[in-house]
Design a protein around this ligand. Structure first.
Ligand code: COA
Ligand code: AMP
Length: 642
């Protein structure tokens, strides 16, 4: 098993440039790259410099030119509305051209930034492709973020236009997006020229025409009647395709920049080699276009490779039940499914015996891929037992855009070790280093780092912030990219990803910064200081928990203050923060130099064995924290060890 993997990985290692130059043949170039890799451009070099191409052309026009225009490209399935729709590649070209024309009429051209704030509807994907067609740079913002987060992204990107929908749909409620968009634009420093709004029938938003609001559906109809051809704009391979903001260690999100050329080459390679997909087959990433998984594997990867992709507007459970995923697989003949472990924990909780699974024909499904958080072996084994197909954990990040380590279905599966996302993919030479930057022996926990240069498809920098990118990702371990994940590489070369080395937590497959939540808690007038940590949760993996110390003169009801703080985080960051647990304490445990002992607090809360830190200022405070956690019913079976 896996012979091809060893061969392919060593071919890459022997000559990375030749490897990626071969992969680049899978993409259509308007002008071929002058060099495969230019080490002098950008913070660590740039791929395919001098090449000219267009991502939308490669996702759509190229397949039509090859005679595949009548094949399905996009399947929309919404248990929220009961609607389904199918779009062929020909249809997609019509839809994308119309939105591109609307954008062009509103002054959008190559290099302009466009914010997209939309739920999981086809227009969201068409808008992304329309931006790509014009050479404009999109930045999709996840619907679960609130106005302030949106404003931060409008400011940082300098967006010229926003494309939004009137609302999103969550189980049992309509989430009006447009009022959040209005608030964001009002609070933003940068004022976009236009806001193109798609009115959904579930909520018709009042439009502020005086602020440049445009009814998107009407504008699209006008363009469809005109039927103009909007040619794909030739862009540099190194031009940005998109910015995707992701949580950093502070409230200021990091704008991960992805280019056009390298991104296409890498994603196209992964569809066949990692996911084992053949053109014409249906690939479904049950994620959201607001996240990197959505960018890479709902939109660009499948369409580049000529697959059909599923846009699913629903949840793994409750829309209407834990059988939804299997219905979608059955109805659309999905060959490979990709989702987050948390979705499977939710399905397993509601359907432990797999009764829903038995109701559907899943014989076409070849593999299930999981990513976004550590795949706990129990859930993994359950999925293997129920589905009787390979269940593949793979590890990646917003920054890398595709898998750092995986079990490559297309190359022949390697033996599985539960708890490990298997081996590094070509492009990634991984090492594990101690905090001083020295390699640790195999099997020892340390910082997982990837040798520079990063492969095509990875971030090239942070938007307008090369220095911040160097500082946060490249400087600490010279010659390497710091993944900020701690883990192990074992004797057989298998990677085990154990925990983040920063304050990022993974809650329901969503990446969140506890630092950002602390900043919001500290805004409350009654709060003197605070610490937010992620604590283990059976369903979501981790959930945030805030420990607050109130100012001396505050005598208000603690329950009321807690409610206010929960609301504050929801208003400032958004419901996706899932911040619902607040504990008011007298003091926070600190080292003698004043550093809050978040790691120890987390171990106590998770019921893990913990050691009294040698540098602690006042050991009694940890007993106080333990007592508060007990009162709140958190599991505290863990014992202090000597
Ligand atoms: N727009 C508006 N609100 C949203 C939203 C969106 N797009 N997505 C989530 N929210 C809201 C939810 O309604 C919820 O609100 P509530 O506090 O009022 O209940 C809140 O944000 C927290 O959401 P979440 O943490 O996702 O919890 P949930 O109970 O709604 O769902 C799961 C739990 C496990 C079913 C769900 O998180 C899931 O499917 N996760 C998979 C995530 C994923 O695909 N990640 C991508 C990586 S592959
Ligand atoms: P995101 O940028 O949202 O994709 O989150 C990236 C982070 O999620 C990584 O740095 C890891 O901490 C975690 N992660 C993603 N996939 C895995 C995996 N397969 N195993 C363990 N952790 C993972």
């Amino acid at each position: 098993m896996g012979g091809a993997y060893e061969d392919v990985y060593s071919a890459w290692k022997q000559d990375p440039e030749a490897f990626w130059a071969r992969a680049a043949e899978g993409i259509e170039w308007f002008e071929p790259p002058q060099v495969t890799f230019d080490p002098d451009e950008g913070p660590y070099g740039r791929w395919f410099a001098g090449g000219r191409t267009n991502t939308c052309h490669n996702c759509v026009d190229r397949h039509i030119a090859a005679g595949r225009g009548g094949e399905t490209a996009v399947i929309y399935d919404s248990p929220m509305t009961g609607q389904t729709a199918r779009f062929t590649y020909d249809d997609v070209l019509v839809e994308v051209s119309a939105i591109a024309a609307v954008l062009r009429n509103h002054g959008v051209g190559r290099g302009d930034r466009v914010i997209i704030y939309m739920p999981m509807i086809p227009e969201a994907v068409f808008s992304m492709l329309a931006c790509a067609r014009l050479g404009a740079v999109h930045s999709v913002v996840f619907g679960g973020f609130a106005a302030h987060e949106l404003a931060t992204r409008i400011n940082d990107s300098g967006a010229k236009v926003v494309i939004g929908a009137s609302c999103g749909l969550e189980p049992g409620r309509i989430v009006p997006y447009k009022p959040l968009l209005d608030q964001a634009i009002d609070m933003a420093r940068v004022k976009p020229d236009y806001c193109l709004v798609l009115q959904r029938e579930q909520y018709h938003a009042p439009l502020r025409y005086e602020h440049g609001d445009v009814d998107l559906a009407q504008a699209i109809e006008v363009e469809k009647v005109k039927g103009l051809t909007i040619p794909p704009v030739s862009v540099e391979a190194t031009d940005p395709l998109y910015i995707l903001y992701t949580s950093g260690t502070t409230g200021e999100p990091k704008g991960v920049v992805r280019d056009n050329g390298g991104h296409m080459v890498a994603l196209n390679w992964t569809m066949q080699n990692i996911y084992g997909m053949k053109p014409g087959e249906v690939f479904w990433a049950a994620s959201d276009i607001g996240w990197v998984v959505g960018h890479s594997y709902i939109v660009y990867g499948p369409l580049l490779a000529g697959n059909a992709t599923v846009i699913f507007e629903g949840k793994p459970v409750g829309t209407p039940d834990a059988g939804t995923f299997w219905r979608v697989v059955n109805d659309h003949d999905v060959k490979v499914l990709f989702t987050a472990p948390t979705a499977f924990r939710a399905i397993r909780r509601d359907d432990a015996e797999g009764e829903h699974i038995a109701r559907y024909d899943l014989s076409g499904l070849r593999a299930l891929f999981l990513a976004g958080e550590r795949a706990d072996p129990e859930t993994l084994k359950w999925a293997e037992r129920m589905l009787k197909i390979p269940v593949i954990d793979h590890w990646w990040q917003t920054e890398t855009g595709w898998a750092i380590a995986a079990n490559p279905a297309g190359l022949g599966l390697l033996p599985v070790k539960h708890g490990s996302p298997t081996k590094p993919m070509p492009g990634y030479a991984l090492d594990v280093l101690d905090d001083a930057g020295h390699p640790v022996p195999r099997g020892t926990l340390g910082n997982i780092v990837a040798k520079l240069p990063l492969p095509p498809g990875c971030l090239v920098t942070f938007w307008n912030a090369d220095e911040r990118f160097r500082h946060s990702c490249l400087d600490e371990f010279p010659g390497y990219y710091k993944t900020a994940d701690a883990g192990i590489i074992d004797e057989d070369g298998y990677v085990f990803v154990m925990a983040r080395t920063d304050d990022i937590i993974n809650c329901a497959g969503h990446r969140l910064s506890t630092g950002a939540m602390e900043e919001v808690c500290a805004m409350h007038p009654d709060v003197a200081e605070c610490a937010v940590i992620g604590i283990a949760d059976e369903l979501k993996g981790q959930v945030p928990c805030g420990f607050l110390v109130l100012k001396k003169n505050v005598h208000r009801d603690h329950a009321q203050i807690s409610r206010e703080i929960v609301q504050l985080v929801r208003d400032e960051i958004g419901p996706v923060a899932a911040f619902k647990m607040v504990m008011i304490v007298d003091r926070l445990p600190k080292t003698r130099s004043g550093k809050i002992l978040r790691g120890t607090m987390q171990k106590i809360a998770d019921g893990m064995p913990w050691k009294m830190p040698a540098t602690i200022d006042d050991p009694a405070i940890l007993d106080e924290i333990t007592a508060v956690l007990r009162v709140h019913g958190q599991i505290v079976s863990g014992e202090k060890v000597a």
